[in-house]
Design a protein around this ligand. Structure first.
Ligand code: SAM
Ligand code: SF4
Length: 330
């Protein structure tokens, strides 16, 4: 199979699929203050529609798919959907990003359905702070969910931490220290600006270099170059630690030259860059009876038009204008 490349010769083999805009948390950096106006059942692609699009994408060279949301585990029937996706010929990696609230109940099922790689979001180890950051009192459930995921066999457990100055940045070292005696990958993500959170950015942005500096001051970190180095994170570890530390810095150290992905939103839009407002509707053609070849043409168009780089690196305070993160999926 010839791998798809965009006009900058970047191979595109990764599709992130947001299966719902709904969520059981209200993270202050992600969800607009008043919530989002919920899409109706009809606005959202059905599992059959997602499956058809993923099949077409796989035929074109996509081999890795990550499910996201909103919170993907709140959509009913997610386990069966995972099973069908995992069984598609050509699917090399099926993964999921979750806030962990429902993992205690669902970790076993989704593992059996074929998900092997999981990212769990957790920004703090303090229950009260968790409630302030997510507007829900769910720390204990998430923590138990992480333990369950580990027991069930997910390996490595990747934990995503959005670092906000004055809110949870004082926990960077403590969170990173989880890697010392647990096989966890703790991934620190720079706080990114979207339509809903622009007032917060000037007060709470912390750069990746600042985060790294704090970790280095505890003990020198080794940079890790391995197969884990694919993707947007730079990896580090403390000598003898079981796990790794990832730094994801889309703002200060952008990874556009190696970007390998496109996104499909729950309402059927193709997004070829996290920060670009340009989208291509694939839902209407799909529902109007487009053939697989016509759908493949739309995917190609989205890939070909992938921008060379996003604009945030030159303007930290620019924002993505048309969607909050909860409606994109990360
Ligand atoms: N609900 C799931 C979760 O929280 O993991 C999946 C969707 S969430 C939008 C995907 C990822 O985006 C999470 O790791 C979350 O922390 C991250 N995220 C959300 N808003 C962000 C922001 N403004 N800046 C950086 N990361 C953000
Ligand atoms: Fe929900 Fe995930 Fe956004 Fe938090 S980061 S509000 S859990 S979608």
């Amino acid at each position: 199979m010839t791998l798809l490349t965009d006009r900058y010769r970047r191979p595109i083999d990764y599709l992130r699929v947001s299966i719902t805009d709904r969520c059981n948390l209200r993270c202050i950096y992600c969800m607009p203050f008043g919530g989002v106006s919920k899409l109706t059942h009809d606005d959202i692609l059905s599992y059959e529609e997602f499956l058809r699009l993923v099949k077409v994408a796989i035929k074109m060279g996509i081999s890795k798919v990550r499910l996201t949301g909103g919170e993907p585990l709140v959509r009913r029937g997610v386990t069966d959907f995972c099973r069908h996706l995992a069984a598609l010929p050509g699917m090399k990696s099926l993964s999921l990003t979750t806030n962990g609230v429902l993992l205690e109940e669902l970790a076993q099922e989704i593992y059996q359905a074929g998900i092997r790689r999981i990212n769990i979001s957790l920004d703090t180890l303090q229950p009260e702070r968790f409630s302030r950051m997510t507007c829900r009192d769910e720390f204990d459930r998430v923590w138990r969910g992480i333990q369950t995921a580990e027991k069930v066999g997910f390996h490595p457990i990747k934990i995503n931490v959005v670092v906000m100055g004055g809110i949870n940045d004082d926990e960077v070292v403590q969170l990173a220290q989880l890697t010392k005696d647990r096989p966890y990958h703790i991934r620190f993500i720079e706080f990114m600006q979207f339509i809903n959170n622009d007032r917060l950015i000037p007060h709470h942005f912390v750069s990746a270099e600042d985060i790294l500096g704090r970790l280095h001051s505890v003990a020198p970190l080794e940079q890790v170059t391995s197969r884990h180095s694919n993707g947007p994170a730079r990896h580090f570890r403390w000598p003898d630690a079981q796990g790794m530390i990832g730094i994801i810095s889309p703002i200060s150290h952008h990874f556009c030259p190696s970007c390998n992905r496109i996104r499909l939103t729950a309402d059927g839009k193709l997004r070829n860059c996290l920060f670009s407002d340009r989208e291509l509707d694939i839902k209407l053609p799909l529902r109007q009876g487009a053939t697989d070849a016509e759908l493949a043409q739309l995917l190609t168009e989205s890939i070909i038009n992938k921008p060379e780089k996003h604009a945030l690196q030159s303007d930290l305070f620019r924002k993505c204008q048309n969607r909050p993160m909860v409606a994109i999926g990360g």
